[in-house]
Each structure stands twice: as structure tokens, then as C-alpha cells.
Design a protein around this ligand. Sequence first.
Ligand code: ATP
Ligand code: MG
Length: 672
Amino acid sequence: MDIYREIKHLNPRQKEAVMHKDGPLLILAGAGSGKTRVITMRTAYLIHLGISAKTILAVTFTNKAAKEMRQRVSSMVKRGSGRPVISTFHSLCLRILRQEIEHLGYKKDFTIYGTSEQVSLLRSIMVDITVHDTNFKAESVLEHISRTKNDFAPAGADSSDDPVEVASSFIYPKYREALKSMNALDFDDLLVLTLKLFREHPDILAKYRDKYKYIMVDEYQDTNSVQYDFIKLLAGNTMNLCVVGDDDQSIYGWRGADIGNILNFEKDFRDTVTIRLEQNYRSFDHILKAANGVIKNNRKRMEKSLWTDKGAGPKVNIFQATNTEDEAEWVAGKIDFIKHDKNLAYEDIAIIYRANLFSKPFEEAMRRQRIPYTVVGGTSYFERKEIMDISAYLKVIANPSDTLSLLRAVNAPKRGIGPAALNALSEYASTQSLSFIEAFEKASEIEKLGQRALSSAESFSELIARYRNLFENSRDMAKTLKDLIEEIDYKDYLIRLYKTPEAAYRRIENLDGFVESVAHYASSGSSPSLQGFLETMSLTDLIEEKEEKGGRGVTLISFHSSKGLEFPLVFIAGIEEDILPHKKSAVNDEGLEEERRLFYVGITRAMKELFITYTQHRVKYGKETPSVASRFLEEIPSDVSKILDRFDKPDPEKDRAYVNKLYEELMAKLED
Ligand code: ATP
Ligand code: MG
């Protein structure tokens, strides 16, 4: 693909942005106006100008976006021009920390803990310091800790009388120490520690400033203060920083994202060139007018006028279902019909909801109607017991200081090392200043240990050491993993644990899938390593794997995760008071406006047709409760929307065409 030919198709403002070379650039524009497309093309253009690809850094919001961008850039540049660094904030920081973390007193083989590991670590700390109050959930403590880390704890938290906050500030230092002693980082640490590194080590900062000379950030409206400071430091020298964003799509305020970062860009970076894009290339006019009608009710925003020349398209359909099952069933039925009618692929369709917990009825309806689907970011595959157990082995093998994973692995399957033995081992480790796993090695020196515990401890430490060696030297990672699973008799353990073969069978299948993903990783990377696999595992989600295996089906996704994506056909479900706006957020204007932005993000994902549904009744806390349509629905102008009747029959002509098509498909199948 020729870059100039591509540039010719852009509008003048887009062109200007793509061809802007040095100095700060701000692209502030509404949804679907080509912001992401502009930074992708600008990356290719800079390479075309002869700027070394590896000095160009583009930061995007999700792995999926990064991957798409990489593909697009490589299709626009000559072969052999090298690769720009296109990455999420987390992956970029991880890359830097793997090189530099020793300056902060950690070892290079550190582990990354996901949410469930953080929660179990917190629980163990809370038990240690006897915070057993059932009112304290480790999850709420975690939320508070994360806020403190990212430096956006509510003002006056120190003097707060909220018991969770008080407890959290007490638990936090212990949590931090525990992580460090296990040579482990949580997700927030990836960013926070990189920032610390840059602040405390000017020589390292200088090195990375030299390395990344052109920086671009997508979805800039959702950066929090840590990300902002990080980018500002990195771009410090050249100020060759280009950020793109839309204040109307800022939806991470609850995680500390600050719209101020985009609104103040011109102040923070002198001589900024600001470009606004106003043409929307994504949606038909009715959809766009619905979106504009909603968002204009926000007071705190920059006025924009988005327009399209794509034509009006169908009106936005609004449907009231009786309850959640009915809603899901209706949506599945519509999908089936429209897919045939409009000749769409399942991949062209998305169902968007407020939070992952709303996916269940849709999953069931899809299964009943045999529609393939993928849930994005749902109950994570990596949070399942069998996957977590085996990952715990891998984590200890990669980082022997990782006590939390060791504690998990050591009893799955049970080895006869019970709480008393673990206590004795831990005591010995601390009196002799050994790591936990070293205490296992020296178990024979611990008098308190019984014979069974002693030999189990020794053979466990031998197992870990042996597999560390095997993973380092084997060419076939998946085979090594399979051997490990067999050697520890893990599948038998599952069968014993879950009693019915069916229950165990599903889990064994998951496990086989896990081995497959190791094989997949090992075959796609240039120098695969166990650590590399664990990183990929903690930073990506399985959807990417699935896509490669062929077709992801209909996408089930939350508003938050849908940011930046687009689909020809979109269903937005559960648009009811207390859900959107969420009842916790509707209490003040700020919260309410963020909820409205969420709705705006959802609506603007649709290219051709949009359906919005809500229910009459919904089960809340086990009781069927009447639902009320969201106040946001009324903000959609009536001339661009249409209330659907359940019995709204599609026109008979189309019905006939549909039936004929089904008939043809059936005949074709029979002939096969
Ligand atoms: P969002 O705010 O949702 O992230 P965005 O501003 O990043 O949206 P893009 O995703 O870059 O918008 O573009 C939206 C769609 O419009 C894409 O399908 C893109 O390929 C298309 N598009 C952008 N610019 C043009 C153009 N000049 N001509 C034709 N299509 C375009
Ligand atoms: Mg975008």
C-alpha cells in the first residue's frame, strides 16, 4: 500500500495532522472522526520520511487496538523499514522494567499478580493482623490501595473515619512489603514503578528519551495522573508528542483518569498545534444524531459538531422486553434474522452492556439459538482454578521468591504439607534469612517436620528446580508443561476433586486449551521463554487467541471495553435507571455526566444499525423488581428513533426471502 495514495483519501484536517512532523500536536475530536486512523498513518508517514521506526512510540488503550495498528502500519511501509513500538501503557512499562528494575531493588525475574492473586495476598495479610471483620472485603481494601498508589485518594483520606480507608492505610505498607519480598508487582506497580524510576534516575530517563523520539497517545482523555506524568517526562526533550482524544468519551474518571489532561494540553505544552476533526466516517446519520442528542446534555464539555455524509440509515430501534430472559431471547432472535437478511457475519455484531455481570442471559440465549459468541473480558479464563493452579507452578518456576504462588502450588494436588509444616518451614526461612523455597530445600534441617512433610518438601523443591532447568533449556515449552502436569498427576487430582467426570472433563479441557496456548505462544514469538509466556498471559486476554483460531462470533462486551471499536450492528442492552446511570454514579452531576459519556461511547460504536433495549422487570437481590427506562433514552431525539413493537413483523417480502435463503442453505447442507 502506498502511503501517499492513502493520504490522498484523507480530509484536509486529517492530512494536516498526519503530516505534522515536530512539536506538540493535539487532536481533539468526536467519535469516529478518524483519530486512530490518523495516528496510525502518521506513524507510517514518519517512517516514510526516514525517521527510524524504532524511535517511534505509539501508546494505545488495548492489546487489540495495538495489534490492529501494528498490522495497518506494516501494510503501509516498505518491507525492512523496521518496526515502531506500538504498545499499551502496561506493556511498555513492563518492557522498561524488565531492563531496569534492579535500580529499584527488585530482581529481573519478577512476577506480575492479577486481581485474584492480589485479593488472596490481602486476605492473608488481613488474617495475620486479625482484621477479620466481615464488613471488610479484601476487594474494597484493594480498591482503596489502588487509588492511593495512583495518587488519587480522596482528599483527607488520612483523617477519614471510613473504616475501610483507615484499615487500608494500615494494610497498605504491609501489602507493599509483601509484594516486594516475593519479588512481585501488581498492575498499578507497572506504571507507578516506571514513573519512580524515571524520577529517581535521570540517566535512565535520558536513555529512554533518546530511544523514543516521536510519541503518540490514543484515547488521551482516559490517562490518569501517573500515565500523564510518565508521558510528560518521556516527551520532555523533543516535545514531539501527539495526543488524540475526545473529552466526550472520558469514561475512566472512577479510576482516576482526568479529563483535565486533555483540556490542559495546550497549557502544558507550549506551541501546541490543535486540530479538530468534525466529519464522522463511521455511522449513519440517525445514529450520529442520537449520539449528539444525548451528549449535548452534558454541561462540562467542549462543543463539537460532528456530521456525516453517509446518509440517514435506519432509525435507532428501541425495544422494551418483559424481563432479562426475554430481552436476551429477543436480541438473539433479531441477530439471527438480521444476519441473514443483511448478509452480515457474526463478527459484525456486538451486544454492549453496563458491566460483565449482565452477560449471562445473553450467553444462554446465544447457546440456545446456536449463535457463536465471545465474551470480552468476562470471568477470565485465567481466573479458573485449574488454570490458576498450573500458572502458580509456572510462576514459582520462573520466580522462586514468589511465595504466594508457591503456597498455591504446594497443595494442588495435596502433598501432605499441611499448615503446621508450612508454619515450621516459614519460621525456619525467616530465622535463617532464606526464601521460602530455600527452606523447602533444607527441610531436613528442620526438626519439627514430620517424615512425610519432610520428604514432600524436598521433592517439591527438587521438582521446581528441575523444571526451571527444563523450561530454560527445552525447545518445546508445551511438551515440558504437559510433562509437568502428568508428573504431578494433576488430571487425576481434578477427577477426584470434582467427583463427576463431566465436571472434571470441562476442566481438563480447559487445561488442554492452556497447553495449546503455550504451544501457540512458543510458535509465534521470536525467543519464547517461560517468563515471556507468563507476561503475555497477564497482559492480554484470550479473545486474541480465539480470533486466530477462526471467528470470534458475536461480541459480548461492556461499554468500557468497547471504546475505540466499531461494529456494523450494535445492540445496547439494559438501558434502565440504576444500571445506566448506575445508581452509585447518579448521585452527583459529575457521576451522571460520566454515565452519559458511557452511553455516548456505546451508541457511537454502531456503523449501520443500532438497537437499544430495556426491560419491564429485572431480578434484583433475588426479587423480581419493576424497572424504569433510563432517563438517557428520552434524550434521543424522537425523529431519529423508533419504538419497536414486539409484534413488529418484518415486511413479508423479506420474510419470504429469509425463508428461501434458509431453505437453500438446508438443501446445500443435505447435498454435502
Ligand atoms: P473513536 O473515537 O471511536 O476512537 P476514531 O476517531 O478513532 O473513533 P477511527 O476509528 O480512526 O475513529 O475511524 C472511524 C472509521 O472511519 C474507521 O472505519 C476508519 O477507517 C474510517 N475513516 C476515518 N477517516 C476516513 C476517511 N478520511 N475516509 C474514509 N474512512 C475514514
Ligand atoms: Mg479511536
